[in-house]
Design a protein around this ligand. Structure first.
Ligand code: NAD
Length: 283
């Protein structure tokens, strides 16, 4: 039987800390501001943006939403980012991905000022993470680390395996585990003997994007299993990349889906926005 690490609980604590710090910033005349840009009408993106706005209101930030039509041009989008870069009352800028196909995602990420890049996607922030000298950590991997810290799990000297090598989850996740002295292996779609590698992991992070991909025979007895995946199963029910029912009895700790890593992402976004407001105001 594994201990369940509740992202609901930990994220509520993080948001409460942010709310308290926000109050003391306000007493110094600074109200953190987040601008969220959404282009087009992707329903999943709409849900994420609404949740981000709600979280901002809860912690006391000002948020501005820029809902742009799907046919927005690259020039128009870059112009808006440029304006937001120049505003002192906006500390964080986030452009909800994915963007419609005709827009250049890389150019958009590059246009956001690194000091306002609260997603930590800008190459300068990615580089800073690499050398361990960062302002912001990418929200999802940072959320996973926060869950580990909360549960008292130390990566030092442990065999850590990350399945997935995306720029937003897998790669930075591996880097954060490395910073905490884990011995890290990254697996991906071309990895041979995946089962063997995973079943040697003390800490296994799944960021694959495939429902119930990680089965019990891929998990070592007593492993810590952290599930980043958000998928729908064959019945349309939300589930992770880990087959929870199979894996839970074997693991020492496990994160559920929903209620695990998911709620942490927005909490860490709030933390980054607070940090951005502090940095930009020399606090
Ligand atoms: P992605 O599609 O960009 O990357 C998936 C990775 O999995 C790739 O690097 C690929 O090499 C690897 N992969 C695919 N098939 C594999 C296989 N058979 N064996 C081994 N590796 C394989 O996805 P992503 O953006 O990194 O997201 C991963 C999952 O995390 C998705 O379910 C996504 O919805 C979820 N996610 C959750 C949050 C959150 O807030 N909890 C945030 C971002 C992403």
């Amino acid at each position: 039987m594994a201990a369940i690490i509740s992202g609901k609980e930990v994220s509520a604590k993080v948001r409460e800390q942010v709310r308290e710090e926000c109050e003391s910033l306000k007493a110094k005349g600074v109200t953190p501001g987040l601008a969220v840009i959404i282009v087009g009408d992707d329903p999943a993106s709409r849900v994420y943006v609404n949740n981000k706005k709600k979280a901002c209101a809860e912690v006391g930030f000002v948020s501005e939403e820029y809902a742009l039509p799907a046919e927005t041009t690259q020039e128009e989008l870059l112009k808006l980012i440029e304006e937001l870069n120049g505003r002192a009352d906006i500390n964080g800028i986030l452009c909800q991905l994915p963007l419609p196909r005709h827009l250049d995602e890389k150019a958009v990420i590059n246009a956001i000022s690194p000091l306002k890049d609260v997603d930590a996607f800008h190459p300068s922030n990615v580089g800073r993470i690499m050398i361990g000298d960062y302002h912001f950590l990418p929200c999802t991997p940072a959320g996973v680390m926060e869950l580990m810290h909360h549960a008292g799990i130390d990566a030092a000297g442990k065999s850590c395996v990350v399945i997935g090598r995306s720029n937003i989850v897998g790669k930075p996740m591996a880097m954060l585990l490395l910073h905490e002295n884990g011995t890290v292996t990254i697996c991906h779609s071309r990895t041979k003997n995946l089962k063997e590698i995973c079943s040697n992991a003390d800490i296994l992070v799944a960021a694959v994007g495939k429902a119930k991909f990680v089965k019990a025979d891929m998990v070592k007895e007593g492993a810590v299993v952290l599930d980043v995946g958000i998928n729908r199963d064959e019945n349309g029910k939300l589930c992770g990349d880990v087959d929870f029912d199979e894996v839970e009895p074997k693991a020492s700790y496990i994160t559920p889906v929903p209620g695990g890593v998911g709620p942490m992402t927005i909490a860490m976004l709030m933390k980054n926005t607070l940090m951005a407001a502090k940095i930009q105001n020399g606090l």
